[in-house]
Design a protein around this ligand. Sequence first.
Ligand code: CP3
Length: 352
Amino acid sequence: MATTVLPPTRRDLRDAPFLAAAAGRRPSRIPIWLMRQAGRSLPEYRALRADTGMLQACVTPELICEITMQPVRRHGVDAAILFSDIVVPLHAAGVGVDIVAGTGPVVSRPVRSAEDVARLPELRVEQVARVTDAIGLLLRELGDTPLIGFAGAPFTLASYLVEGGPSRNHERTKALMRTAPDVWHALLDRLAGITITFLQAQVDAGVDAVQLFDSWAGALSERDYRRYVFPHSARVLTAMADAGVPRIHFGVGTGELLGAMAEAGTDVIGVDWRVPLDEAARRTGRRHPVQGNLDPAVLFADVASIEDEVCRIVAEGRAAPGHVFNLGHGVLPDTDPDVITRVVELVHSLEP
Ligand code: CP3
């Protein structure tokens, strides 16, 4: 039976500060959102999640919608990010994976051989219907606030699958890419396919931007990144080039990779706190708006230090064609939410 493709429900939010900055146009104010803005720093999140496992929450449209809205209501951020997780599409496709509180994703059967890769399912769009349903709910709730969809990049997903869980050194992953490059590339090819399907489903459901999280790519040298990862991330980003929404490419500890990550095909380049934004702009040819890059740990310092850091980052961001203020990685769980609200107010008070 042919499925009916509904016309996209995308809202016209061109003048929203986040989308203006992401397009390199001057926004009415400096936009700010924070990675992991929905999550354990918020008491209302902890209350909602009390009786529900993480993955269960990620397939419950009403919960996804409510948790996504919480930081928008509380902090007045300029974008919502869909409450989900990078392993949600793997789980939806049938891969045995769970998210263990305090640990992260844990895979029941690590992927290390050609047979393991061959067994990996593809993702069919109807398997993420609960996520796309949640996006439909959100578009009605969000008013003029853009919604960011996201996915994990092939390398970061592969690291969880190969290691079987979170890893400090990614040694099995790095061993596999060298020892069995055919298996490695087949694995990343399969993961790129899943990621494209997941991102396209989110765009078709109406998200206003997409972020590709290659959180752990910073573990690689530029040479290895270009050889083992770049072609697959480039395939994902190129597939999204005509989606009509800005693409953001982000990783942690990726100072040496910023040029390559920009080349992979992105609109906005995400920057962690280790590289100043003016230097990040230089490393990416000043062609891309930057997103970042307050060290999440700075939110635990005194008010004057936080203000100094915010002002420094805003000043350095002016070297790029656009600046979306963010942290350099996710909000830490023990962060005082009132401090976050004050940072949002401060950024909004500065000259765009
Ligand atoms: O507000 C947002 O940014 C949206 C929510 C979001 C989550 N995961 C929710 C979540 C996003 C964007 C992610 C992506 C994600 N998940 C990444 C890439 C971003 C990054 O942080 O680098 C990665 C590497 C993962 C894998 C993962 N999932 C980890 C490392 C953890 C933390 C484990 C822990 O308990 O400390 C998770 C679980 C997770 N994902 C939580 C949340 C809110 C915590 C689970 C809980 O609240 O019980």
